[in-house]
Design a protein around this ligand. Structure first.
Ligand code: NAD
Length: 354
């Protein structure tokens, strides 16, 4: 990698990491030069959003707890009305990728600065990317205006994260790190981050499966999510993310669960395209074969391992393969429709990669 040279463009963000750091929220809002923050969450997190509003006192402009998965444009339209009425001059998103998606969509329309308090491991807070849906079609936008200015990673807010979300959003972070490791535009720093994310998730997720309130494992998973999110926001992803985008966007499969099922199969396939990267990933997972190690990890932490269990119909696999090859994109190993159909077939059945 060094001999070929590299280009590394970082984003202007401030990261505040540690137990109890939520206490800095009022200072951070003021530090942005803002006076009134609209708090964004999903309906399930409304109670904690209200706690945040109390913490902000007069700096709280209101709460919008209407975020929905895949950021439907009609939800953003309704949230825009709440935002306008609130006269907020900054956004505070609390929750996972769903809450952050709504905050990003509002920032895109208004240019307001965002503070994000992530409570899952999906990593959206670290990227200038917004995926949104309109009339059932998912589109992706990349813009500096979408990038959150400040992230507060407070482990205390993740202790109640349900076991299933912990496992699958952790595997979503793993997917960013695995694809970052073989990205065409990777650099020595993103590779270090990706490897440490893989190693940390490989250690933390099984511990959290046994005991979700293990603080050290929660800290380790959150640290890994930050690293993996940074990698996702910095380098280009490949076949795995493309397949998951197709399956989520066109077949309405759940985001993090789909990543968990597909990742072992794409990692196994790509091992012949970038043997060094996948060998490093396997070693970080203390395995010999990255695809098998990822599959075994998914089994160990109790997630679904087949598309069948996620509700995919076998009759749709041909169309999914067709859609996935419609637009060309880079991957460390060339592929065609037949190969994609084969990978999808294995993922459909939930077979352990060979
Ligand atoms: P999510 O935000 O939908 O959260 C999953 C569930 O966990 C929700 O029901 C939520 O209410 C609940 N939850 C979250 N935090 C909790 C907590 N502390 N305690 C209890 N429950 C909690 O899931 P996700 O996997 O974080 O995000 C998925 C979404 O994010 C998708 O729409 C995906 O497209 C998007 N995403 C975007 C990017 C990007 O860079 N743009 C990256 C990753 C994911």
């Amino acid at each position: 990698m060094l001999a070929g040279g590299f280009r590394y463009e970082t984003h202007p963000q401030r990261i505040v990491f540690g137990a109890g750091k939520i206490e800095t929220l009022p200072t951070e809002v003021a530090g942005l030069g803002a006076k009134r923050a609209l708090i964004i969450s999903t309906p399930g997190q409304q109670g904690t959003a209200e706690d945040l509003a109390r913490r902000l006192g007069r700096s709280a402009a209101g709460i919008c707890a209407e975020a929905r998965m895949h950021t439907p444009v009609e939800v953003t339209d309704r949230a825009m009305a709440v935002l306008t009425k609130s006269h907020a001059d900054c956004l505070v998103a609390f929750g996972g990728g769903t809450a952050i998606g709504l905050s990003k969509a509002l920032a895109l329309r208004t240019g307001l600065p965002q503070i994000v308090i992530p409570t899952t491991y999906a990593g959206s807070e670290m990227t200038p990317i917004l995926g949104q849906t309109e009339n059932g079609v998912k589109t992706t936008i990349r813009s500096a205006q979408i990038l959150p200015r400040l992230i507060i990673y407070d482990v205390d807010l993740t202790l109640a994260l349900p076991s299933s979300v912990t496992a699958t959003s952790g595997m979503n972070a793993m997917a960013h790190a695995i694809e970052g490791l073989y990205a065409r535009d990777r650099n020595p720093v993103t590779s270090l981050m990706a490897l440490d994310a893989i190693r940390s998730l490989g250690e933390a997720l099984p511990t959290l499966h046994r005991n979700g309130s293990d603080r050290n494992a929660r800290l380790q998973a959150q640290y890994a999510a930050w690293l993996a999110g940074h990698v996702l926001g910095t380098v280009g992803m490949a076949l795995h993310h493309k397949l998951c985008h197709t399956l989520g966007g066109s077949f309405d499969l759940p985001h993090a669960e789909t990543h968990t099922v597909i990742l072992p199969h794409v990692a196994a396939f790509n091992a012949a395209g970038d043997p060094a990267a996948l060998a490093a990933a396997a070693a970080a997972l203390r395995g010999e074969h990255a695809g098998q190690a990822l599959y075994d990890l998914a089994v160990e932490i109790g997630t679904a391992t087949s598309l069948k269990t996620l509700g995919m119909q076998e009759a749709d696999l041909d169309r999914a393969a067709e859609l996935a090859v419609q637009k060309p994109y880079w991957n460390p190993r060339p592929f065609d429709r037949t190969k994609i159909r084969e990978i999808l077939g294995q993922a459909f059945e939930g077979m352990r990669p060979a």
